[in-house]
Design a protein around this ligand. Structure first.
Ligand code: UGY
Ligand code: MN
Length: 246
């Protein structure tokens, strides 16, 4: 039976935004990754300042991540994962997250089937502030706040609101029909993973249907808007660079 999409895909890679749909995923092979598959969703190769990797682990899988000046924010979509750091191990289950400061290399180890998203960025130090410390938790324990007063669009801010951190990792959850209140245009860049449900994402002048599993890149100043469509809530995980004067 033919199951190829006959030369079509929802994936779009433009100069200032991208939509990466799972139908086109091709894995990368990295040294130090065993029973673990990396899909590099976003990277400087497309013009982004961040790298966003989907890491899929089989039971017993592991992955070495060398820091090389990069900091990492990680989210466990499903499964469970041990994060081995120079001074100990952090155990994360589904909805778990961790921020790992730059200069800290680490190893991920999973005993069960696990899907993880890794945001990787070069740390931008502030002359008056120290380095941000490692922090971890579970999104299931982070309350959602109504976004600009809308209780049908809830924002969970996973990392501390502290200017030492030069990035944010958040989860937005929309009830069906809820939307961003206006088309945002801002200097902050986004990397995004659709976690559940679907809707319409406006990126620049284009309106894309999106669904769970899709990754999106929004360059600085990419006009953006989202509306949730369907019978169930839509949610997405996203990265944002913050707290530094350009
Ligand atoms: O934090 C944000 O900029 C967020 N409102 N953007 C987005 O969801 N596209
Ligand atoms: Mn935004």
């Amino acid at each position: 039976m033919m199951n190829h999409p006959f030369g079509s895909t929802r994936t779009v890679v433009a100069a200032r935004h991208a939509l990466i749909a799972p139908d086109g995923h091709v894995p990368s092979a990295f040294p130090g990754w065993v029973n673990a598959t990396a899909y590099v969703m976003l990277s400087p190769a497309m013009g982004a300042d961040l790298t966003q990797i989907l890491a899929v682990f089989a039971p017993g899988g592991s992955a070495n991540m060398a820091a090389d000046g990069h900091e990492h924010a990680i989210y466990v979509e499903s499964g469970a994962c041990g994060v081995e750091l120079p001074d100990g191990m952090v155990a994360l289950t589904a909805t778990g997250f961790i921020f790992i400061p730059s200069e800290t290399s680490f190893r991920l180890r999973c005993d069960v089937d696990t899907r993880i998203t890794i945001f990787r960025k070069i740390f931008d130090p502030h002359p008056d502030l120290g380095a941000p410390p490692m922090v971890h938790g579970h999104a299931s324990g982070v309350p959602g706040e109504p976004f600009l007063g809308n209780p049908r669009a809830l924002l969970q801010t996973l990392l501390p609101i502290d200017p030492r951190y030069d990035l944010a990792m958040n989860i937005f959850t929309y009830q069906p029909g809820a939307a961003l209140p206006f088309v945002e245009t801002h200097i902050m860049e986004h990397g995004l993973l659709m976690l559940e449900g679907g809707g319409i994402y406006r990126l620049e002048d284009n309106f894309y249907p999106v669904q769970a599993g899709d990754a999106i890149w929004m360059a600085p100043y990419c006009p953006q808007w989202f509306a949730a469509i369907g019978d169930a809530p839509a949610s997405y995980l996203y990265y944002k660079d913050i707290h530094r004067i350009p």
